[in-house]
Design a protein around this ligand. Structure first.
Ligand SMILES: [Zn+2]
Length: 304
């Protein structure tokens, strides 16, 4: 019934969700329905872009993000909205897609969209997407070299979750041989990993010598040092209230973040065997406005 009256991702569904959150907490409603957000909503309703995931051409959906929470989490709100009206990908999904398309273009695989990639990527090119349900993972599912992963602590590390290419993966102990992947993607994952250096070392180990690691994290260039929110050894919460990610309307209990990364991230990565750079992506024609992406390669000399 709800699906018919207010289909997912429709303006009506958004209005219903806002109404529901306003009943629970009027302050939360003000963080979403305010002059800034209404202006942005109007602006992106008139902004046309081509989605580099599905190829849809049209205006973008700005779903009045909770500005107060994003400010507290040091996350720029645009990246979590500006949805494509075709595949509902948000800006962050398109930023990663732009990174992936660039990496593959450097290898002679030319495509404008992720959908076009299917069938063009050589079967032996191995990609790991650590968000099994991401827009990219779902649309690349037909590619035999794609592995999709999740981390469900109750399950065995490496356990098959759906098919042979959807696995339970503990990033601190990745169940793959050395130099297995050409591309590894993590998106808003590393802030939730307890021992992030261990996970980065594992990613470096599992990357081909010329492999590329594409990732997004909550990152604030104003912070000289990573801001630790939860002590990874004791689980003591150092910031109150904790930073909980994920829309509670979609996922009952969100996931607590251990940290917001600061400028020391690049140096920390270097010590784990990854040479990373912050790669701002500004591609208005793709509906990407000052998107943030990290691109890392194996620092081979260090890793060996
Ligand atoms: Zn799309």
């Amino acid at each position: 019934m709800l699906g018919r009256v207010a289909p997912p991702f429709s303006t009506r569904r958004l209005a219903l969700r806002l109404l529901a959150s306003g009943v629970r907490d009027p302050r939360a409603l003000r963080a979403r329905v305010n002059l800034h957000n209404l202006r942005e909503w109007g602006r992106y309703r008139r902004t046309e872009a081509t989605c580099n995931i599905c190829g849809h051409v049209g205006t973008l959906r700005y779903d009045l993000p909770d500005l107060a929470t994003f400010a507290r989490h040091h996350i720029r709100p645009l990246r979590e909205t500006l949805r494509c009206r075709g595949c509902h990908a948000k800006m962050r999904d398109r930023v990663l897609a732009a990174g992936l398309l660039d990496v593959l273009r450097d290898r002679g695989i030319d495509a404008e969209t992720v959908d076009e990639l299917v069938g063009r990527i050589p079967a032996d090119l191995r990609i790991l997407d650590t968000d099994a349900h991401s827009r990219i993972a779902r649309r690349l599912q037909a590619h035999p070299g794609l592995v999709r992963s999740l981390y469900l602590p109750g399950k065995e590390n490496g356990e098959r979750l759906d098919d042979d290419r959807m696995l339970n993966v503990d990033l601190e102990r990745m169940p793959f041989p050395d130099r297995h992947f050409d591309v590894v993607i993590t998106s808003e994952v590393m802030e939730h990993v307890r021992h992030v250096d261990t996970a980065h070392r594992e990613i470096a180990r599992c990357l081909e010598d010329d492999g590329v690691y594409l990732f997004t994290v909550p990152y604030d260039a104003e912070l000289t040092e990573t801001w630790v929110l939860i002590d990874p050894e004791t689980d003591e919460e150092l910031v109150s209230p904790p930073h909980v990610h994920g829309d509670p309307m979609i996922r009952e209990a969100g996931i607590k973040a251990y940290r917001v990364f600061g400028r020391d991230l690049v140096g920390d990565l270097e010590r784990t065997g990854l040479r990373a750079s912050f790669a701002p992506v500004h591609r208005p024609e793709l509906g990407i406005f000052e998107g943030d992406l990290f691109v890392a390669t194996r620092a081979v000399a260090h890793a060996r």
